[in-house]
Design a protein around this ligand. Structure first.
Ligand SMILES: *Cc1c(COP(=O)(O)O)cnc(C)c1O
Length: 448
């Protein structure tokens, strides 16, 4: 057996993969190298070079083996890789927080170790805000629940799951242990007409008013729902939620784990609506996709309110909080972001992908082609066959990971126009092949 075959064989027998069974799993590909926007893959028989249209689940914005990020990581590694964050601090964490505070509209930062953990912390923080406010008023605590949007995705841990779409998410299997939250309808599309927006606001208001005494806060993925369906939604609806949160004394949480750091064409997606949330969660691309780290931001005022409340401390503190390697690479990644090139890159990615995917709009079976910032999604009228889609994509020199009825790209910002054209060609090939296969199946059924 070749070394690649050995890896794949051992993996098949012993390793779990995300959202995958161990029995009847789709074949794996081994990554043997990664550089710039390209992955070198091996299927056990053959080597394949592919452009990574997924940016490793939306994280690798500056590319693999980026010299600036490599250097930051090496420098930190030569000092120390990890120390506990309880009672101790270090330059790497302070540099990361400095960079965050300079970019974001909020100035108190909790460093978490993944997006899901960031969301958990934001939910606890919202709850603690209400505990502090209730104590200050001298009342009895009723405000414990969170309002979320239909179609949302906020992560995989139990608290985060509780605010994911209850149908698309995994609630049903865990309904005995997931907190029961309140759901608002999915907001209308980014460019929705005023009448649609008004209708949505009306529906949302009914839910919020019904639950005004038991809600602690509202959580949204601002302007773009990601894993729930790549859905860009109306900034007017976000403005409305900000207004209602103020009126009802609710904490507005913006989960910018997917949208933060330029992905939608604004540094933070909340800027599309000129909204400043009370709490913001960032992650994914924060480290340039090098290591796992997230951050929860709020105003220092809000943090003080909690700190003076009955609980005092914010009740969270992961073992690897403020990890120096992750913090050093966050600081370096955000330094690249603050130079501003992302803005031109995201505009360029949107232009090229819109142009290159336009022909799919007329394809029977294609429901929608949505390009929003550096996110390009093609929705089809049939569930995607993953095994087949992966094979077609890799044969076309592209790494894609479709889900449900969506073939999409979230490219690294450093993709050249040639890379983007190749990526779009790969997406077109996958879409056409999936639609042909679905049609063959229908024809076959008719014949027999
Ligand atoms: C990916 C994602 C998360 C979860 O982040 P993990 O690092 O996978 O835990 C949370 N919220 C949003 C919007 C995401 O896209």
């Amino acid at each position: 057996m070749s070394p690649e075959q050995q890896i794949l064989e051992y993996d098949r027998r012993h390793v779990w993969h995300p959202y995958a069974p161990t029995v009847g799993a789709d074949p794996m590909l081994a990554v043997t190298a990664a550089n710039g926007v390209r992955l070198q893959l091996h299927d056990g028989e053959r080597h394949h070079e592919v452009i990574d249209a997924m940016a490793s689940w939306w994280c690798q914005i500056h590319g693999y083996r980026n010299p600036v990020l490599d250097e930051a990581l090496n420098r930190q590694r030569s000092q120390f890789s990890h120390v506990m964050f309880g009672g101790l601090t270090h330059k790497a964490a302070v540099d990361a927080v400095t960079a965050l505070v300079e970019l974001a509209p909020l100035d108190r930062v909790f460093l978490g170790d993944s997006g899901s953990v960031g969301v958990e912390v934001s939910l606890k923080l919202a709850r603690q805000v209400q505990i502090a406010r209730t104590a200050a008023r001298g009342g009895t605590l009723t405000r414990t629940r969170i309002a979320a949007l239909r179609g949302a995705y906020h992560g995989d841990t139990l608290g985060a799951m509780s605010v994911c779409d209850p149908i698309g998410g995994m609630h049903a299997m865990f309904s005995d242990s997931v907190p029961q939250q309140i759901f608002l309808p999915r907001p209308p599309a980014f460019a929705a007409e005023a009448t649609e927006v008004e209708a949505w606001c009306h529906e949302a208001d009914e839910v919020l008013d019904d639950h005004r005494d038991d809600l602690a806060g509202i959580i949204v993925e601002p302007i773009l729902q990601g894993a729930g369906g790549m859905w860009p939604w109306s900034p007017s609806c976000l403005k409305h939620l900000r207004r209602r949160a103020d009126e009802l004394d609710l904490v507005l949480i913006a989960d910018e784990v997917a949208t933060g750091f330029g992905r939608t064409g604004k540094l933070f997606a909340c800027e599309w609506a000129d909204v400043v949330p009370d709490i913001m969660v960032v992650g994914k691309s924060m480290t340039g996709g090098y290591l796992t780290q997230s951050a929860v931001l709020c105003s220092d005022e809000l943090a003080s309110e909690v700190s003076r409340g009955p609980g005092g401390s914010l009740m969270h503190g992961p073992t690897f909080m403020g990890n120096p390697l992750a913090s050093a690479v966050t600081a370096a990644s955000l330094a690249i972001i603050s130079q501003g090139q992302w803005n031109d890159d995201v505009t360029r990615i949107a232009e090229v992908m819109s142009r290159e995917l336009a022909s799919l709009r007329n394809e029977p079976g294609v429901i929608d082609v949505r390009v929003f910032g550096a996110i390009a999604a093609v929705q089809v009228d049939t569930p995607i066959n993953m095994r087949r889609a992966t094979r077609t994509a890799v044969e076309n020199g592209v790494w894609l990971r479709p889900f449900r009825d969506l073939v999409y790209a979230m490219p690294p910002y450093i993709c050249t126009n040639d890379d983007l054209e190749a990526m779009a060609a790969g997406m077109r090939a996958v879409v056409i092949d999936q639609l042909d296969a679905a049609q063959d199946k229908i024809n076959h059924r008719k014949e027999s």
